[in-house]
Write a protein that binds this ligand. Structure first.
Ligand SMILES: O=C(O)CCC(=O)C(=O)O
Ligand SMILES: [Fe+2]
Length: 293
């Protein structure tokens, strides 16, 4: 069984708890995160209504970087579809996303407000992680972010089948607003066993991704996860991915590299890594080994 640690963002001195969680299982919950429950509910309703749009409109949500736009059901993930917004840290990009879908003003305002709350939160969590590694003064606020709004079209005949394939997230970290009533997310523990992650009201789930592993020189764990169809109900989740440095390469800071822990990975541009994951089909962190130093 995986115990998902809970980190209180309003409490001081949680560095060790945070670091332990980032090492294993590579995910944790945050409470006192400052995102109003009402805004989360409004955002969920907004996402639900975007998914009611006709397919030709959904497809206007184009890819800015590989796979960052609308993804419809595929052979591998037939029950899954997602909107994507790159870069969620840019108000102009948030507006462009809303405009391409002709989102009415109230939806536009909700998405804007949600992005403006979530972006500082992901950057703040990343800074706390850096501090827990002994790095002071790291700022993540100019790192690009991607929204992904997921809908799982679960039906009675799909119970027991896959909602989304086993994967790691490719970026540094992900803050996930789970569906508060429809479960299905599972994370892999240190023994390679999947365990169900049930939503905890008032909390958000944070997953570490491949960039966190590379950037920390292997100290942080990129958690493998998947979604299963557990019940015949539409499931909505909203992820905000903090990806990687804006212009520079992903590279472990000198403080995390030493004679005892040699550099594990060559430095790389995140977008190249993202393309490598797509072209190799290695979606569960294995593509990092192609960048071994
Ligand atoms: O829907 C979920 O609970 C997980 C979504 C996810 O893993 C993702 O968007 O990368
Ligand atoms: Fe994921």
């Amino acid at each position: 069984m995986v115990v998902i640690p809970v980190v209180d963002l309003a409490a001081e001195g949680r560095g060790q708890l945070l670091l332990d969680a980032c090492r294993q299982p590579g995910c944790f919950r945050v409470v006192n995160h400052g995102i109003p429950a009402a805004l989360q509910a409004e955002m969920k309703a907004a996402v639900r209504s975007l998914f009611e749009l006709p397919d030709d409109v959904k497809l206007r949500n184009d890819h800015v970087i590989a796979g960052s736009g609308y993804v419809g059901p595929t052979i591998v993930n037939p029950l899954y579809e997602a909107f994507g917004l790159y870069d969620a840290a840019s108000p102009a990009d948030v507006d462009a996303f809303c405009s391409c879908l002709d989102a009415p003003p109230h939806l536009r305002e909700t998405i804007r407000l949600y992005a403006s709350h979530l972006h500082p939160l992901v950057a703040n969590i990343a800074s706390k992680i850096a501090e827990s590694l002994g790095l002071v003064g790291c700022s993540f606020s100019d790192w690009p972010c991607q929204f992904r709004m997921n809908r799982y079209n679960f039906a009675p005949e799909t119970v027991g089948s896959s909602g989304v394939q086993i994967h790691t997230d490719s970026g540094f970290l992900t803050v996930l607003q789970e569906d508060e009533s429809v479960g299905g997310l599972e994370v892999m523990d240190a023994n390679g066993t999947f365990a169900a992650v049930d939503p905890l009201p008032g909390s958000l789930l944070v997953n570490l991704g491949d960039v966190a592993k590379a950037w920390s020189n292997g100290m942080l764990h990129n958690v493998k996860h998947r979604v299963l169809c557990k019940e015949a109900a539409t499931r909505i989740s909203i992820a905000l991915f903090l990806l990687a440095p804006k212009d520079g390469k992903v590279e472990a800071p000198a403080e995390l590299v030493g004679s005892k822990i040699p550099r594990l990975y060559r430095s790389f541009y995140y977008e190249d890594y993202r393309k490598l994951r797509f072209s190799s089909g290695l979606r569960a962190g294995e593509a990092l080994s192609l960048l071994a130093a």
